[in-house]
Ligand binder design. Structure first.
Ligand SMILES: [Zn+2]
Length: 129
């Protein structure tokens, strides 16, 4: 009976451990969720501060001034990249490629578009070279 007691004792402690592992996993997930909430709210707080700084309602000092400089650099980069996108778009519009693919074949008789391996025109039946 002693052996059975030991086995059941082991099983009990193992199941306790599993329960506590599941418990801490859930708690860690809850902590991660709250940390995400804090990060999102911190970002919102930053946006409110930034709007006040942009409006001149707050004057940047010390660390805040450094971060404001970095934000200004990021904004300049964004403006430069957006200008590049506009240039790429404008260039694309100028030299739009012809819809016909290179090497496309057309019937010598009726002008029907042909597949590359067509021996006869499907429209007029003219033999193709
Ligand atoms: Zn044809």
């Amino acid at each position: 009976m002693a052996l059975f007691d030991k086995v059941s004792e082991f099983a009990k402690s193992a199941s306790d451990m599993t329960a506590s592992v599941i418990g801490t996993t859930k708690l860690n997930a809850k902590i991660a969720l709250e940390e995400k909430n804090v990060a999102a709210l911190t970002a919102r707080l930053g946006e409110i501060f930034l709007a006040k700084l942009d409006a001149g309602e707050l004057l940047p000092e010390g660390d805040v001034a450094e971060i404001c400089k970095e934000i200004a650099t990021c904004r300049q980069n964004i403006a430069a990249f957006e200008a590049e996108i506009e240039e790429v778009k404008a260039a694309k519009d100028q030299d739009a490629p012809a819809p016909a693919a290179a090497g496309a074949k057309f019937c010598a008789n009726c002008g029907e578009a042909l597949s590359a391996e067509a021996k006869f025109c499907p429209s007029c039946g003219t033999k193709q070279e």
